[in-house]
Every structure is written in C-alpha cells, then in structure tokens.
Design a binder for this molecule. Structure first.
Ligand code: AMP
Ligand code: GLY
Length: 416
C-alpha cells in the first residue's frame, strides 16, 4: 500500500484527500497542515505548506511514496525542485515552470509567442509611462500586478482616477513588491475554468467548471476566492471545449516544453467566452479552489495512477469521468472577504447527506469550529443541475452556525 502526503489545508486539499482515499492502492494519507474535515480521512501534520525543509524531512522519515502539492505558494518556493533533488516523487511543477501563474508577464509573453488567444497587453515598470498609456485608452482598464499578490493584484479601473490610484499602489508604493504592471484590453463574456493534468506534451482534460467569484447573489459585491462552483456548463458547446483543449491547453503545454520548462502537474486555464471566441484570462499552475471540489467527485479512474504517472513522466490511460454533473456551495464567515471572526461552533454536520468539504475548520474539545474565511463547501452530484442544486440547498439547511453566509444562486446561468 502506498503512503501519500498532500500539501495544503483547504477545500481543494480535502477533495484531493477524498479522491485519494478512494484508491485501492493508497494506504496512509498525511496532509500538511490539513483541517478538521481532512483529519477524518487523513492524518494532519502541523507543518506549513511552504516549510520545504520540514516537509522534505517528514516525507523522508515517513517513507512517503508520493507527495501532491495543492497551493501555488508551495510551488513558487520550489518545493518540487527540492523534493526531486532529494529523490522524492512529487506531483507539481518546478519553480521555474510555475512562472505560468506567478508571473503575468511571463504568461502573456508565452501566449503572444505561441499564438494562444488572450487580451492584447503591454507591460510597464514606470508609473508615468503606464499612466500615459492608460489615459489614452478606453475604460475600463485592466491592470495586473506581475507577481503573486494573493488574488489582490488585478484591478479593473472604471475611470482614470481609479487607474491612477492602482498604478500608484503597484508602481510607486510597491504594495505587492517590485514587480511590473501588465495593462490589457478589457474582455467580456462568461468565464469558466478548464483544469487539465499535464505531463510535458500530454494533456488529460478534466470536466469544465465555473466558479462564482463575487461574494453576494447576482454576482454583486467584492471578489472572493470563490463562493461556489458547478460542472455541466450550459453555455459551452462541444466545439468550444474542443477549441479550448486544442488551441489553448495543449498549445500552452507544448509551448512550455519548447521553452524548456515542461509542466508536470495541473494546468488551470481561466478562460472567457468572448464575442470574439474563447480567450485566456489567466493560467494557474495548480488545482482551482472551489473548482476541484466539484470536478474530482466525477473522477472514476484511480487518482493515484494519474498523480504517480504524471510525477514520473509516464503516460497514463485517459482518466474516466462520470456522466452526471455536480454543484457545490461555499459557506463563508460573515464579513469575508473583508475581516471576520473565527471560532464559532458548527453543528449539524453529522446530519448532512452530501459531500462536505472543509475549507477552514478546526476541532477543539471535540467541537468543529470555524477557522477561516471560507469554511465549508457542500457538494451534490445529480443527473442534471436542477437535481444537484436542490440537493445542496436542502442539505446545507441542516448546518447550524451563527456566523456563516452563502450564495443562494450558484449556477444561476443554468437557471435564470
Ligand atoms: P485574474 O487574476 O487574472 O484571473 O483576474 C481576476 C479577475 O479579473 C478575472 O476572473 C476576471 O473576472 C477579471 N479580469 C481579468 N482580466 C480581465 C480582462 N482582460 N477583461 C475583463 N476582465 C478581466
Ligand atoms: N477559483 C479560483 C482559483 O482557484 O484561482
């Protein structure tokens, strides 16, 4: 039996642990740092996801056969390079290849060079030049900080004043660091997520999904990490999917091989169906959260085979997926994505007859407490979205906690 270490401690990692626990080859699963729900299916290890030395020592000491990396932060500090140098098998991209997510400018240059459809752009390190360029163009202006900025590095400025402030934050005050700013054309259309397992030129697609980034119903309110997701997108045709697979995901994988930076992990295409066709909004070098929680429950193949094959650079059989669809709703702490309190008891979890993925929870004195902005995600499968949606909201009503809120319109594009 195989021993696996999963790195991370959110809903995404709970879904990965859950999928691994369905593998007949997997015996022991560790998760660092894990959370209360993960702790029911794996052994939580109190190490930070970026503590490369600590994690490496743990994997060596506990004879871990395979490590699976969830968060981009761990990839960006070079955990894969360090594990491989120590002879440890690990699923995730090298630090250099993670640039496809960690540097907006790298990703934009790659797309321009290999003719992958995306918004036209220019990048700037000088504030005055950036401001002059933005002033001469139509609004809204899309301004992206060139580096990891915890989801706060993108500003859609509706007028010059907003743009001036954002550029000053990024290029004069260096709010996120010393990076450049990418200014790109504003695109319109529904967004969706295309996750693929990628090993060099080999690209194994997962079902498409859609996240809901705004905090409140009707796609109102501030941007969050994601308030819910579903598969079975009503607005994507088979042709759209084929185009996105061939012209975006496969081309990006080959481009990285040509650049001497082969991918080895998950490539996440954040795509938009614009009136001019499907275009890339961003690439991520990891599973999406909350997309993973609705995608992996559909996987019928053994996920250990896929992870191990990709990590070893060996071809694997095409993953098989269930025909049905899934829908998941996030329960978040009141105040999120702004400031919020933690430590509220969650009751009724044992009554829920659906998949519950923990995103930010902790157990204290036998009680499950809220411990993050996004706290839980309830996921149901069904033959169609109406069935999955009815199931999720019925089950979610059983959870009692005074400090949680959730969106009531997940998958609204399929219904309203
Ligand atoms: P990113 O971090 O690059 O995914 O950007 C965050 C969000 O900003 C995206 O999910 C989009 O909703 C929005 N966005 C980014 N780039 C553009 C663009 N070129 N046109 C319109 N909206 C965009
Ligand atoms: N759901 C957005 C992300 O994982 O980046």
């Amino acid at each position: 039996m195989k021993t696996v270490l999963v790195i991370g401690g959110g809903g995404r990692e709970h879904a990965i642990v859950d999928a691994l626990s369905r593998s007949p080859q997997v015996g022991k699963i560790y998760c660092a740092p894990g959370n209360a729900g993960i702790g029911l299916q794996a052994e939580n290890v109190p190490l930070k996801d970026t503590d490369v030395e600590g994690l490496k020592a743990f994997a060596l000491e506990h004879a871990v056969d395979l490590t699976v990396v969830g968060p981009e932060a761990a990839l960006a500090v070079g955990i894969v390079d360090a594990f491989r140098a120590a002879g440890l098998k690990i699923f995730g991209h090298t630090r250099a290849a993670t640039a496809i997510e960690s540097s907006k400018e790298f990703a934009k240059r790659l797309m321009a060079k290999y003719n992958i459809p995306t918004a036209a752009y220019r990048s700037f390190s000088d504030y005055d030049e950036a401001l002059a360029y933005v002033s001469a163009r139509p609004f809204p202006a899309v301004l992206k900080y060139d580096g990891l900025a915890a989801g706060k590095g993108v500003v859609i400025a509706s007028d010059l004043e907003e743009a001036r402030k954002a550029l000053a934050d990024m290029l004069l005050d260096h709010a996120f660091g010393q990076g450049k700013v990418v200014v790109e054309d504003f695109l319109t259309g529904p967004e969706f997520s295309f996750l693929c397992f990628v090993d060099g030129d080999r690209v194994y697609p997962m079902p498409l999904s859609q996240d809901h980034k705004r905090a409140y119903d009707g796609d109102e309110g501030p941007n969050t990490g994601g308030m819910g997701a579903y598969t079975g997108l009503p607005f994507i045709t088979a042709e759209d999917r084929e185009f996105a697979y061939m012209e975006i995901m496969c081309k990006a994988a080959s481009a990285m091989v040509s650049e001497g930076l082969p991918l080895s992990g998950v490539l996440y295409g954040g795509l938009m169906k614009t009136p001019q066709g499907i275009k890339v909004i961003e690439f991520n070098a990891r599973f999406g959260d909350p997309e993973t929680e609705v995608v992996l429950p559909l996987l019928k193949s053994d996920i250990y085979d896929i992870f191990e094959g990709v990590a070893s650079g060996r071809e694997v059989s095409d993953p098989e997926w269930s025909d049905g669809v899934t829908l998941g709703v996030v329960m978040a702490s009141k105040g999120y994505p702004g400031s919020y309190q933690k430590g509220f008891e969650i009751e009724g979890l044992d009554l829920v007859d659906a998949q519950v993925y923990h995103m930010g929870t902790v157990i204290r004195d036998g009680k499950v407490l809220t411990n993050g902005g996004r706290v839980l995600m309830i996921v149901c499968g069904g033959k169609d979205l109406a069935a999955a949606r009815a199931c999720v909201y019925e089950q979610l009503a059983k959870i009692r906690c005074e400090n949680l809120f959730f969106r009531k319109d997940i998958a609204h594009r399929a219904f309203f």
